[in-house]
Design a protein around this ligand. Structure first.
Ligand SMILES: *Cc1c(COP(=O)(O)O)cnc(C)c1O
Length: 385
């Protein structure tokens, strides 16, 4: 804590605000939308809103937003083509908690199962599997980041006497690759592994997955048993949040399993953020499915533009089908720092979130050109990986 008596609290807050504003202005490398305006909701910060308990059950604590939470769940149930009579979910602290929940249901259903996930899976999933103590096998990824289905099939075949939990990713962190849920379902069917569960980690791409053409297989009709998304990524929220959707029938089996705590305790945490529910609900109410689709089309267009501009400079950029993430060889350090570009091994990416415009891309390209002129050898070296 800065206890410098010369700086007042107000001055400290102003400095912090300025630093955050600057940092948030330029970033292109992380999947976070910044184009939200929740001003009409500011008054709600005066109340200790807490959504503890199951949003679909009665609760004695009334300073909550359960009704809105149910609407948020209903919205995504429709978007993810859930059976209207058999869905359930809640708003979580983020995609990681949503993934933990999906894996938790899976393990309760199949305590002797093996979990399969690909090399490109988000880092938080490994920790969740460790927390739940489920034996796991890592499946190879293809060059584009998608699960290697042949490797999955071979590995499943080898362990076909065990129930299988498959953790698929719909929009991997670096390359925004999308695992094909119906193809995986087909492999399970072909190997006659009846005891199986598919959790789809759709943290980034779930919010626009329904609008990708040609359709990508990831939702309940495609074979998923639970789906998770992050609320602060594509939709945008000042507070991190996520959504977990599953089938009510699956949740009921968990609810029985933990009935000694009280049948209402169906969520991972006790106290839950009721404000983030309000933000999510407000955003969805304002945009609707049509608005989400427009956001996606805008992002797609920006990504196509970004791809074209990078290629004009001779940079070997590429994109997965329908993605809003442009992948290209690692950039020099100062560009990486300025635009907060995440890198992994030899690659980096620009994620064209809805707030990113062609002007942002142009500014980046200008800096890139300057960089190329300044250190052509470095640039050429980077190109040759
Ligand atoms: C961001 C992300 C997560 C984690 O979600 P949080 O909301 O940050 O907890 C998990 N999986 C993927 C693929 C992600 O992109």
């Amino acid at each position: 804590m800065n206890s410098n008596p010369v700086i007042s609290v107000n001055e400290q807050l102003n400095l912090l605000k300025e630093r955050i504003r600057e940092a948030s202005d330029l970033f292109l490398g992380y999947p976070v939308s910044k184009d939200f305006d929740y001003t009409p909701l500011y008054d709600f910060l005066k109340y200790p809103i807490n959504n503890l308990g199951d949003p679909f059950e009665d609760s004695t604590y009334k300073v909550q937003t359960h009704e809105l939470e149910k609407e948020v769940i209903r919205f995504f149930a429709r978007l993810f083509r859930a059976n209207p009579k058999d869905y359930w979910g809640y708003v979580t602290n983020g995609g990681s908690e949503s993934n933990l929940y999906g894996l938790y249901i899976a393990r309760e259903l199949y305590p002797k199962a093996m979990v399969y996930y690909s090399e490109s899976t988000h880092y938080s999933v490994k920790k969740n599997i460790h927390l739940l103590n489920i034996p796991a096998i890592v499946i190879r990824s293809q060059e584009n980041g998608e699960m290697d289905y042949n490797d999955l099939e071979r590995t499943l075949q080898f362990n076909r006497h065990k129930p299988a939990i498959i953790l698929t990713t719909f929009g991997t962190t670096m390359k925004e690759a999308k695992d094909d849920v119906s193809r995986i379902k087909g492999i399970l069917r072909q190997l006659a592994i009846q005891d199986h569960y598919i959790h789809c980690d759709a943290a980034l791409s779930g919010s626009y997955g329904a609008f990708i053409e040609p359709r990508a297989a990831f939702d309940f009709q495609d074979g998923a048993d639970s789906i998770s998304i992050s609320g602060h990524k594509f939709i945008g929220s000042p507070i991190p949040c996520g959504v977990l959707l599953t089938k009510r029938s699956l949740r009921d089996r968990i609810a029985k399993g933990v009935s000694y705590i009280g049948s209402l305790d169906t969520t991972i945490t006790g106290s839950r953020n009721g404000h983030s529910v309000l933000f999510l609900w407000y955003a969805l109410r304002a945009m609707g499915a049509e608005g989400l689709k427009r956001r996606y089309l805008h992002s797609r267009e920006t990504a196509e533009y970004c791809l074209g501009e990078l290629r004009k400079l001779g940079i070997e950029a590429w994109m997965n089908p329908g993605a809003i993430t442009v992948v290209f060889p690692k950039t020099p350090e100062n560009l990486k720092r300025k635009y907060q570009l995440a890198t992994e091994d030899t690659i980096t990416h620009i994620i064209c979130m809805p707030n990113v415009t062609k002007a942002h891309i142009d500014a980046f390209m200008e800096d890139y050109k300057v960089e190329m002129q300044r250190e052509p050898e470095l640039y050429l070296e980077e190109m040759e990986f």
